[in-house]
Unconditional design. Sequence first.
Length: 457
Amino acid sequence: MTSPGTRADAETEDLDVEEALALVRDTPGPARPGHGGHGAPTPHHPADSHRRATSWPEARAIAERAARAAARAAARAVRRTPVSVPLDAALGLTLAAPLAALTDLPSFDTSAMDGWAVAGPGPWTVRDEGVLAGHAEPVPLTDGEAVRIATGARIPPDTTAVLRTEHGRTDERGRLYPTRDVVHGQDIRPRGQECRSGDQLLPVGTLATPAVLGLAAAAGYDTLTAVPRPRVDVLVLGDELLTEGLPHDGLIRDALGPMLPPWLRALGAEVGSVRRIGDDAKAVHRAVTTSAADLIVTTGGTAAGPVDHVHPTLRRIGAELLVDGVKVRPGHPMLLARLKDDQHLVGLPGNPLAAVSGLLTLAEPLLRTLATRPAPEPYTLPLRDAVHGHPYDTRLVPVVLRGERAVPLRYNGPAMLRGIAAADALAVVPPGGAEPGQEAELLDLPWATGGIGVCFT
């Protein structure tokens, strides 16, 4: 659900310290209905789900291991074999074959500068016609002869050097004189200077960045052999969601439907369908069992309330729960299930920032591993301000980066998007909180890194 605090999955998100401490007490308290978890109308207590929850680092590691196993299964089933992709569609994919040069680079001797191609020592007599890029091989030069030449043009045979425009002068008879010493071969890019045909330029596993696409084109490629993008279907669950207009009569706007598809694309996925499904157990079961995607992402319905259909559906189809709750705030009621050897489901909590937490905790490492993208290098920055912590759980807090410090943002409640919309990253705050100046691990947001993730198409 995308309802901010209207359902019981918010109960375990908005706990203060007193309530959080209650989660680890062994003495059971009165049962309360939950929204987002293990069954239909059975009683559910937050302490139960917290005791079986997985630590935040381990949850991410489980997601990576699950993706590696799924990739092996998909390869055996020939579901995710490498594909040939046109260069203009390959941005963000991972090379599944080495990039070997199909030609020498450059493929002929070329001028590195605008100026004159000269032969022998000066002064030189300048030909009337010039040499431009894209033209056939020019007539050879003889000693004492020069010809105007453009950057990238073919070098005439028997050329000694290229004299830059700013390094030559002509007299009244049109004779060319150098204004500084001319070195043999200067400003000529010889054939094969960058590579020879057959040279390996990039290995398997290289991310197709804009520069990689440019190199591939220069080396003669029209397509690349790449690992296909993982396919994702999104199921937005809940009766209370509006797709337009203002909230009214207990109905609220769906925030996750517009947010998740571009975010998933930024993580390297190919988003198939985005379906909005009411609180209907049969419809949820049908949507899950008919999806052919590598990953199904659901929103809300991951606890144990009367209209929480994710866990009952997973039990009904015999899915294997790999992660059932994570010790992280917000986002505790998230889950990861293996539906088939090569298909998984990530269940996100319904509160928007809690869903972002689930996305970065479980979906990101799974999708990254399926796409064979390299893991980002972990880094830390000191926090400018103190961050209140949960006694036993990791917290993910939106921050902006100012100089060499991370500044925590105020609007960081599980139902809030105001903080994450302004953020550059999420700070990983350990149990107990962090003091001013304390180093915190940062999770970059795709569009804030200036890297490949900014491509949403």
